[in-house]
Design a protein around this ligand. Structure first.
Ligand code: PBG
Length: 328
C-alpha cells in the first residue's frame, strides 16, 4: 500500500488529538537530570552582576552563589559547570593563577562540595580566563603552543581534582590533552574523577556574550588554529573518538543549535554519553527576540532544548537550566 493509498486508514493526526495523547506519543523527553547549569563566579562579597549580553544571567560572588545553588539543587538539577572571572592583575601568559590551590576555582569547588556534597561539580579547564592574551593555551611568538599547554592543563585538572571536583571539563581544544590529563589524574590517585571533554568545539561567534561575562576575549587574532572549522563534521567524529579512546567519560559538542547534525554524528559513533553546550550566544538570541516581543521565550527555550535530545544528546549545558527545570 502506498502512503497516499493508506488514507483514510492511516491518519497521523490521531496521535496529535489531545495534549495527553501527544504526551503518550512523544519520542523524546527532557528531565532535570539532563541539565547542566553553567555558573560564573567572581571575587568579592555579597555581590552579583548581570551580564549585559545575557539578560537574567548573573556572575556571583562565592557567598551569594550558595543561594543560587540551593535553588538549583531544589529543582533537581544534578550538576553545575564552573567558570571563574580572574582579576586582571592575576593574569599572565602561563596562567600561573590557574594552579593556585587558593585560587577562586579551587575555593569555589571546596565550598560547593562542603555545602552541597551531592551536587556534581564540573570545572572548566582552559587557560583563557587566566591568560593575559585571552587564549586557551600558552602563547609563544604569536603561536598558541600545543604540548607545553597540555602539560599545564593536566596540572590544572589535577588541581581541580584536589579541590574536590567530580568532573574536569577541558574546553581548550589542544591536541592530545585528554590522554595526558587522564594519566596525570591516575598517577595522582584520582581514578574516580571524570573527564567531560569538549571534543568538537567550533570556532564560533556564538561565544561572544560568554567572553563578556568573563572578560576573556582573545587579545589578538582568533581561536581558529585550535577550535574547529564550522564546515566540518567528519572531523568532529574523529575528535570525539580520539577523546573517548584516551579516556574521556563524556564527550561534548559545542555550540548546540547550529550543530545538531554534529550531535547526531557523534552520538552514532561513540559509546560514552554525549553532551551539548547551548552556548551564551544561543541564549542571547532567544532573550533578545523575547525582549522585543518577537518570540515567546519559554516556548522557544523548550523547543530548542528538545531538539538537542532529538539530535541524540544525553546531557545539555544551558543557561536555561533553571527555567527549564521549573517548567518540568
Ligand atoms: C573557553 C570557553 C568558552 C566557552 C566555554 N569555555 C569561550 C571560548 O572558547 O572563547 C563558551 C561558552 C558559551 O559561550 O556559553 N575555554
Amino acid at each position: 500500500m502506498s502512503d497516499t493509498g493508506s488514507y483514510p486508514f492511516i491518519r497521523g493526526r490521531r496521535l496529535r488529538k489531545s495534549e495527553q495523547i501527544r504526551r503518550m506519543a512523544a519520542e523524546h523527553h527532557l528531565h532535570p537530570e539532563d541539565l547542566i547549569a553553567p555558573l560564573f563566579v567572581m571575587e568579592g562579597q555579597n555581590d552579583k552582576v548581570e551580564i549585559p549580553s545575557m539578560p537574567g544571567y548573573f556572575r556571583y560572588t562565592l557567598d551569594l552563589l550558595m543561594k543560587e545553588l540551593e535553588e538549583i539543587a531544589s529543582l533537581e538539577i544534578p550538576s553545575v559547570l564552573l567558570f571563574v572571572k580572574v582579576p586582571e592583575e592575576k593574569k599572565d601568559n602561563e596562567g600561573t593563577e590557574a594552579l593556585n590551590p587558593e585560587g577562586l576555582m579551587q575555593r569555589s569547588v571546596r565550598k560547593i562540595k562542603k555545602n552541597f556534597p551531592g551536587l556534581v561539580v564540573m570545572t572548566d579547564v582552559a587557560l583563557d580566563p587566566y591568560s593575559s592574551y585571552g587564549h586557551d593555551g600558552i602563547v609563544r611568538n604569536g603561536e598558541i603552543v600545543n604540548d607545553e599547554s597540555v602539560e599545564l592543563l593536566a596540572k590544572m585538572a589535577v588541581s581541580h581534582a584536589e579541590a574536590g571536583a567530580d568532573f574536569v571539563a577541558p574546553s581548550d581544544m589542544m591536541d592530545g590533552r585528554i590522554g595526558v590529563m587522564r594519566k596525570a589524574l591516575e598517577l595522582d590517585g584520582f581514578h574516580h574523577i571524570g573527564i567531560m571533554s569538549y571534543s568538537a568545539k567550533y570556532a564560533s561567534v556564538f561565544y561572544g556574550p560568554f567572553r563578556d561575562a568573563l572578560d576573556s576575549a582573545p587579545g589578538f587574532g582568533d581561536k581558529k588554529t585550535y577550535q574547529m572549522n564550522p564546515s566540518n563534521v567528519k572531523e568532529a567524529v574523529r575528535e570525539a573518538l580520539l577523546d573517548q579512546n584516551q579516556g574521556a567519560d563524556i564527550v561534548m559538542v559545542k555550540p548546540g543549535l547550529p550543530y545538531l547534525d554534529v550531535v547526531r554524528a557523534v552520538k552514532s559513533a561513540v559509546s560514552v554519553p554525549v553532551s551539548v553546550y547551548n552556548v551564551s550566544g544561543e541564549y542571547a538570541m532567544i532573550k533578545a527576540a523575547a525582549a522585543n516581543g518577537w518570540l515567546d521565550e519559554q516556548q522557544a527555550m523548550a523547543e530548542v532544548l528538545i531538539s538537542f535530545k532529538r539530535a541524540g544528546a544525553d546531557l545539555i549545558a544551558t543557561y536555561f537550566a533553571k527555567d527549564m527545570a521549573r517548567l518540568l
